[in-house]
Structure formats: structure tokens, C-alpha cells
Design a binder for this molecule. Structure first.
Ligand SMILES: *Cc1c(COP(=O)(O)O)cnc(C)c1O
Length: 371
């Protein structure tokens, strides 16, 4: 079986974890702040706040920009469910708008049309590592929280790294991401007061000096352990190499799928354009509308030993969202069409060129089969 995703972990991570284990300081030690400083430096932001997951980071970031119960947050229906769930944690409502058919990111025009007097934040997602059109969203004049969980290494047209614009930008370190700490996340941001609030709220609402068990506000336990931070520091050392490996694998896919895509309307990840640069996270294709259904293609790929997944489903059509908000088919046609035809192919830094070739052959055979 060709793996869909696989982390790159070596003896350096093992040694780093052992060192923390032997130090006896497993959490709230010096490794967390060291990880944060390195991460913030990489993005050129004043603060990086380590958290237990990308989801936890989204929750704290929305609180930090002031989202409250009854508010609306405009966001993308084509994302991992966490970005839409985060406003719900605060009793706020995720308001969806359709996506751009090329980039698959939230469409700024559609998002603007979804803004009401109750909108208190916009939550764009850099889906599949392609930079969302932040300058367009910044023109709304509303607080922004960026879901950058899939976009480490991506760069905006103006040269700013994704996550480096100063809005709270949330990264995730689950094992399939560009870098991993097992579970974990980081919020990059510029504002001192927002950073102070997040650091307190991830740690039970405790005051920054921590000398006193005083909790001056509501908080959570969203801390990252020193064991995880130690893995994160080693992964940062590896990051440029892993990003380059992912980009190389993506290049092999483009080559291997070129003939197929010339013969049929197969959707491929959009090319970098206008200075926007993708930080490669997944390689997702859309099966042609006139061929075998996506789920049939997935079955055939799996029969041939190719790990793959329907990725991503439209959030507004998930049962909990339908039941809670009365969403139905037809609301966001671009998102629904893309979601219904998307397949994530095996993609990770150690994928070999011959494996990419086998995936391309299997995909060709799957699409050539009976409809
Ligand atoms: C991975 C991911 C998250 C965060 O996931 P966690 O598992 O909570 O770290 C959030 N949004 C998107 C788009 C993601 O891909």
C-alpha cells in the first residue's frame, strides 16, 4: 500500500524527547518558549503562542479578536471542520460563502456579500497550502483570524510569509502537516495584548508571572508539552528540506498526470500565480464530471494499493450542520462541486518518483474503467 501521508521522524527527534524526559520538566519548562521564539522568528512576527492543537489555536484566536456569543464569523465551507466549529465554541455562528474555483479559497466577493452588522470577524482558510487573498479580506476593515493549518511555507504575492501579516494565524502540527509534534499548534500574531490574553487563556487564565495561583480570567488547558515542543524544534530544523521534498513530489505528480489531464477535465492543484506561492500540504485532484463517480475511483485506487481519501467534504452539508442550521445542497455550488469530486492522493516528503508513477497509472486505469 502506498501511504496517503507519513511524517518524517528520525533519531534527532528521539534524542530531543529523551532529553526532555530526563530533565524531569515535561511541561511549562524552557522548551516551549524556545520553540515559540524560533517559530516567530521564522515568520517575522512578534509573537508565537504554542497550543495543544490547531483547533485550540483557532478557539483562542477568535476569543483574542473579540468574537462573542451571537456574533457571526464569515468563513469557508471548503475546509477541515475545525475552522467552522471554532466560532461555535463561543456561541458565535459560522456564516459560509462560496469559494474561488481556481484557488479553492474563500471568494472575497462572496465573503463581502455575507457580511452583516453582526459580523465580528472573517476567518479565511489557506486551503491545501495556497495563500488566501488576504489583501482583499483586509479591505473589509474587520478583525481577521487566519486558518493557516495547511499552509506552513506558503508565501503571499507581496512576499510576506503566510501567517506573517500580523493577524492571529493558526498553524497545526498533527502528523500529516508540513511539520509535526504529534498533536499541537501555534498562533503567530503581532498584537501584544492579544498574545498576552492567549498565553493566559491556554493556561487556565493564569496571570503571566505565574508566581501566584491567581486566575484572573476564564481559561482552558490548551498547553503544548515540552516533549512536543522538543520535537517541534527538531522539525523546524528539518522544515526547509521537508518543504522542498514536498514541492519536488508535487512536480513529479504534475509530470505524471500531464497526459491524463490533457485528455480529460481532471482538476489539478492550481499553479502558483501572481507571486502567491503554495506551501505544499496535500495533492488533491478533482475527478472529471463525466467519468466514474469519485467514490468508485477511490475504491479502484485502494484495490490497486493506493492510499487515498475523499478530501474535503463540504462542511455545510455535514449532518450536524444541516440539522443545526438547515443547510442544504445548492447553497455554495462551487464548493459542493469541488468537494464531490475531490480525491487526496498519497503525498509526503519521502514519496518516491516510482510510487508517484504507480499512482498516476492507477488513477488512469480507475478513470478508464466503466462509469
Ligand atoms: C489540520 C487542520 C486544522 C487543525 O487541526 P488540529 O487537528 O486541531 O491540529 C484546522 N484547520 C485546517 C484547515 C486543518 O487542515
Amino acid at each position: 500500500m502506498i501511504d496517503l501521508a507519513k511524517p518524517v521522524i528520525g533519531p534527532e527527534e528521539e534524542a530531543a524527547v529523551l532529553e526532555v524526559l530526563r530533565s524531569g520538566q515535561l511541561s511549562l519548562g524552557p522548551t516551549g518558549p524556545a520553540f515559540e521564539r524560533r517559530f516567530a522568528g521564522r515568520l517575522g512576527v512578534a509573537h508565537a503562542c504554542a497550543v495543544s492543537s490547531g483547533t485550540a489555536g483557532l478557539h483562542l484566536a477568535l476569543r483574542a479578536v473579540g468574537v462573542q456569543a451571537g456574533d457571526e464569523v464569515v468563513t469557508s465551507p471548503f475546509s477541515f471542520v475545525a475552522s467552522a466549529n471554532a466560532p461555535l465554541f463561543e456561541g458565535a455562528r459560522p456564516v459560509f460563502a462560496d469559494i474561488d474555483p481556481r484557488t479553492l479559497n474563500l471568494d472575497p466577493e462572496a465573503a463581502r456579500a455575507a457580511v452583516t452588522e453582526r459580523t465580528t470577524a472573517v476567518l479565511p482558510v489557506h486551503i491545501f497550502g495556497f495563500p488566501a487573498d488576504l489583501p482583499a479580506f483586509e479591505a473589509f476593515g474587520l478583525p481577521i483570524v487566519e486558518d493557516a493549518c495547511e499552509a506552513l511555507g506558503a508565501v503571499h504575492a507581496d512576499g510576506t510569509p503566510v501567517g506573517g501579516r500580523g493577524h492571529p494565524a493558526v498553524f497545526g502540527f498533527y502528523a500529516n502537516k508540513q511539520m509535526t509534534t504529534g498533536e499541537g499548534g501555534m498562533v503567530a500574531l503581532a498584537d501584544d495584548a492579544q498574545a498576552e490574553r492567549m498565553r493566559s487563556e491556554r493556561n487556565q487564565g493564569r496571570a503571566p508571572d505565574m508566581g501566584w495561583l491567581d486566575h484572573d480570567r476564564l481559561g482552558f488547558n490548551y498547553r503544548l508539552t515540552d516533549l512536543q515542543a522538543a520535537i517541534g524544534l527538531v522539525q523546524l530544523d528539518r522544515l526547509d528540506g521537508m518543504l522542498a521534498d514536498r514541492a519536488r513530489v508535487a512536480g513529479w505528480y504534475r509530470e505524471a498526470l500531464a497526459d491524463l489531464a490533457a485528455q480529460r477535465p481532471l482538476g489539478l492543484p492550481c499553479e502558483d500565480a501572481g507571486g502567491d506561492r503554495r506551501g505544499w500540504f496535500v495533492f488533491v485532484v478533482q475527478v472529471p464530471p463525466d467519468g466514474p463517480p469519485r467514490d468508485t475511483v477511490i475504491e479502484r485506487l485502494r484495490e490497486q494499493g493506493v492510499g487515498c481519501k475523499p478530501y474535503l467534504p463540504a462542511i455545510h452539508l455535514m449532518s450536524s450542520y444541516r440539522e443545526r442550521f438547515g443547510h442544504r445542497e445548492g447553497e455554495f455550488p462551487v464548493c459542493e462541486d469541488v468537494a464531490a469530486r475531490s480525491v487526496a492522493l498519497p503525498f509526503h516528503p519521502a514519496l518516491r518518483q516510482d510510487e508517484v508513477g504507480r499512482v498516476a497509472e492507477a488513477l488512469t486505469a480507475a478513470l478508464d474503467g466503466p462509469i
